[in-house]
Design a protein around this ligand. Structure first.
Ligand SMILES: Cc1ncc(COP(=O)(O)O)c(C=O)c1O
Length: 500
């Protein structure tokens, strides 16, 4: 074959054929060609879900061999931003990098002095969760101030925000929507508006979750529009999580709502200035915003005078921040673009799987506590959720199915986890539990007691650490896998309930 395009077409045809033959177990559970799960084999808590489309996209982009972020990356950024309805999405190489860029951006001298995070300033966060929601706060020289988490929702106890505030010190709130359960955005936004604080939403586990509030409340917080494709009627505003704060972050590591192997994104919700700053931190700290391989987008590459550089010094090599290089590769973006097209189906699958597990395990409420979405007060087999009287609602694209072993139960969380392991059922803790008890944070405090601040007792976070685990809800779980999970948990719970 002498026509390179024909060679590529043939390679991609064979790639699809290969992938169909070997990757059948990774197809979405609802796919007709999905390889059946074999009883007795592992049921992962999460993982890649893909078809030959993703493999073809990866191979095609690899053959093009642009390698660094290029056309596919550009397209992915636009498509993700359009899906969420945010001003910009910047692709990065992980969710942790996204958090690092998000908080670093708020230290920029390009921001108004009163709002800029300076060394020693405080950022309010939550004690229970994933370490790299918090570590970047420390890495930029700020002080994390911890509030507690609620063991049922897994989210911050937002009523503690006021107690965490310090005039002149507090600059931002940065928290995650735990396991795909939105935190109380109405309370958090009201607090941020009151004191003119930034809100960074770590949306790594919550792509596809929505939060809604009555229109007058939304308008009082500055929101008039729904996110694209969402509607709960004229008297409510409904938006994706990750679009309420100033900046939000995504992870595209395999267990997350969509994957490109490694990857993440920083979403700039409204403010164009934050986009330029975040991009600078991602791309070595440079002042220039030309895409890779392009020069002179500003039309005055040799016309700037910044810092103490000589007039006309090359803008491409002018650095306004102490930045990083946290870009992913273009083939990753190519995979992500296919995954993004599947996102609506993935979101529905996660909701459906959570519901199946909740119904299947409902009779074990004597020994197990199940998660409630923020603002829900109860769940009932017939009626679904009941809601508090805030008027706010959450709709969770669950990252996981959270179970807490009740205090009086005749088995512990660890014993339940061991039973699940014996039966090859993937399970995880709520990440680091109470992060303050992790060796890294204990050491940090020992080295410098002023390096962090804790507001009250972290009772809920400790409870999450000692009594909680979660099962998967990812779109690769077939009905027989979910049935097996329900059988194993039920037999274990009944064994004890019957006193054997
Ligand atoms: C809430 C939260 N934030 C950040 C991250 C980090 O994402 P990544 O693994 O892509 O660095 C994770 C990872 O799972 C997470 O759960």
């Amino acid at each position: 074959m002498s026509d390179p395009q024909a060679v590529k077409t043939e390679i991609l045809r064979l790639t699809r054929e290969y992938s169909r033959q070997v990757h059948g177990a990774f197809r979405p559970a609802a796919d007709a060609h999905r390889q059946a799960w074999q009883p007795g084999t592992t049921i992962p808590y999460a993982g890649r879900v893909f078809t030959e489309d993703e493999v073809e996209a990866a191979v095609s982009a690899t053959l093009d061999f642009w390698l660094t972020l290029g056309q596919e990356g550009e397209a992915f950024q636009k498509e993700l931003a359009a899906f969420l309805g945010v001003r910009h999405s910047l692709l990065v190489n992980s969710g942790s990098s996204a958090n690092l860029i998000a908080i670093s951006s708020l230290t920029s001298p390009k921001l108004p002095e009163a709002r800029r995070i300076r060394p020693g300033d405080e950022v309010i966060t939550v004690a229970a969760g994933f370490p790299t929601t918090v570590a970047p706060i420390v890495q930029v020289g700020a002080v994390p101030v911890f509030i507690d988490a609620d063991p049922i929702t897994g989210n911050a106890r937002c009523e503690q925000l006021e107690a965490a505030y310090q005039l002149g010190k507090t600059k931002a709130v940065m928290m995650a929507h735990a396991l795909g359960n939105p935190f109380d955005l109405a309370a958090t936004l009201a607090f941020c508006r009151k004191y003119n604080l930034w809100l960074v939403e770590d949306n790594c586990d919550a792509l596809g979750c929505t939060y809604s509030m009555p229109r007058p409340l939304a308008e009082s917080l500055g929101f008039t529009e729904n996110s694209p494709g969402l509607d709960e009627g004229a008297d409510r505003v409904v938006r994706w999580t990750g679009t309420w704060g100033d900046i939000s972050t995504q992870s595209f590591y395999p267990p997350h709502h969509l994957t490109m192997g490694e990857g993440g994104a920083v979403n700039i919700v409204r403010d164009q200035k934050l986009k330029v700053i975040a991009e600078s931190f991602r791309d070595w700290g440079r002042d220039c915003w030309c895409p890779s391989g392009i020069d002179n987008t500003c039309n005055k590459r040799f016309g700037w005078q910044l810092g103490e550089l000589p007039q006309g010094y090359d803008h491409k090599y002018t650095y306004s921040h102490l930045g990083f290089n946290l870009k992913p590769l273009d083939p990753q973006a190519a995979i992500g673009r296919v995954q993004l097209r599947r996102l609506p189906e993935f979101i529905e699958a996660r909701k459906h799987n959570w519901e199946t597990l909740r119904r299947g395990l409902a009779r074990h409420e004597n020994v197990l506590d199940f998660a409630l979405p923020t603002h829900a007060t109860a769940w009932d087999v017939e009626l679904g959720f009941s809601w508090d009287d805030s008027g706010c609602r959450t709709n969770c694209a669950w990252f996981g199915f959270k179970i807490a072993v009740k205090p009086g139960a005749p088995f512990s969380r660890t014993e339940l986890a061991q039973e699940l392991d014996r039966n090859r059922i993937g399970n995880r803790m709520l990440f680091g539990g109470n992060l303050l008890r992790q060796p890294a944070f204990v050491q940090m405090r020992r080295d410098n007691p002023e390096a962090l601040r804790v507001v009250g007792e972290m009772v809920g976070s400790d409870e999450i650490m000692s009594s909680t685990l979660f099962l998967g809800t990812y779109p690769g779980l077939t009905f027989s896998m979910l049935e097996e999970e329900i059988r194993v948990v039920s037999e274990y719970a009944f064994l004890f309930a019957s006193g054997k």
